[in-house]
Design a protein around this ligand. Structure first.
Ligand SMILES: [Zn+2]
Ligand SMILES: [Zn+2]
Length: 261
């Protein structure tokens, strides 16, 4: 059995948090040994629960931040609370932050201001940044160039751009993480971008409980399902699965500075 890391899931989500033990057991059963659980969705309580789950489970690590959907609530008080939570040794990344100009649940100006603060916080705390980007590739690149990439780098999670966007993000220093969208029939553009990402920058994720890969599309997602996305990624990159699994585990472990397992 191949080993994998799910580089982005939301274990504190109401659809997963009451059965985290079962979710982790099913993940372990298919080789998904470790995962990054991301808070950032809704109120600070979500980040707090994310850190608590990571502290209870040796193989779960945490990211804290404010999702671009909630950027209008990214006050200085909220950043002070995030800084406090980030004192936990299990917090290994800042985010997810970024830009979502598809949904625009927060005004673009609020999203951009929050992104700048997250980039600064990641640099200050010496952590990588987790970026969410939807229909905003150009603006995201501009802002990261202006503020500067955090010294520990970052990842574009749930990559949905084309080959040109992948090349641009890689040139900036980002890792690129592919989600279950890669398995969707209409995702040809993303599959074409998959081989563009260098072997030392590619990662894989579920974004659970959202975005379940085929054949589970439409169901509640969970970290065990990352295997399906991984298989699609191996096909898109024409890469032997054993080689690719070693690459994604090494890349996630290095970026997030995970302790040896
Ligand atoms: Zn996201
Ligand atoms: Zn997410």
């Amino acid at each position: 059995m191949l080993s994998l890391i799910d580089s982005h899931c939301h274990l504190a989500d109401v659809k997963l948090r009451d059965e985290v033990e079962g979710v982790l057991a099913r993940a372990d059963g298919v080789g998904v040994r470790r995962m990054l659980s991301v808070g950032a969705i809704g109120p600070i309580e979500n980040d707090r629960q994310t850190v608590e789950i990571a502290e209870r489970h040796a193989n779960v690590f945490a990211a804290v931040g404010v999702h671009p959907h909630d950027a209008k609530d990214a006050t200085e008080a909220r950043f002070a609370e995030l800084r406090e939570l980030a004192r936990s040794k299990k917090v290994v990344a800042i985010g997810e932050s970024g830009l979502d100009f598809f949904y625009k649940h927060s005004p673009p100006e609020a999203q951009e201001a929050s992104l700048r603060r997250h980039l600064e916080l990641a640099a200050e705390l010496d952590h990588p940044i987790v970026i969410h980007c939807r229909d905003a590739e150009r603006r995201l690149v501009e802002i990261v160039r202006e503020v500067g990439m955090p010294p520990r780098g970052g990842v574009i999670h749930c990559f949905t751009g084309d080959s040109a966007a992948a090349r641009e993000f890689v040139a900036l220093g980002f890792h690129i993480s592919f989600s279950g969208i890669l398995t969707f029939r209409n995702a040809e553009k993303i599959r074409e971008a998959a081989p563009v990402v260098p072997a030392d920058r590619v990662m894989v994720e579920t974004d659970a409980p959202y975005l379940a890969p085929e054949p589970y599309r439409g169901k509640r997602n969970e970290p065990a399902f990352v295997v399906k996305t991984f298989e699609a990624l191996a096909r898109a990159r024409r890469c032997d699965p054993a080689t690719l699994s070693a690459q994604v585990v090494a890349n996630s472990s290095r970026l997030l500075r995970l302790p040896p397992s």
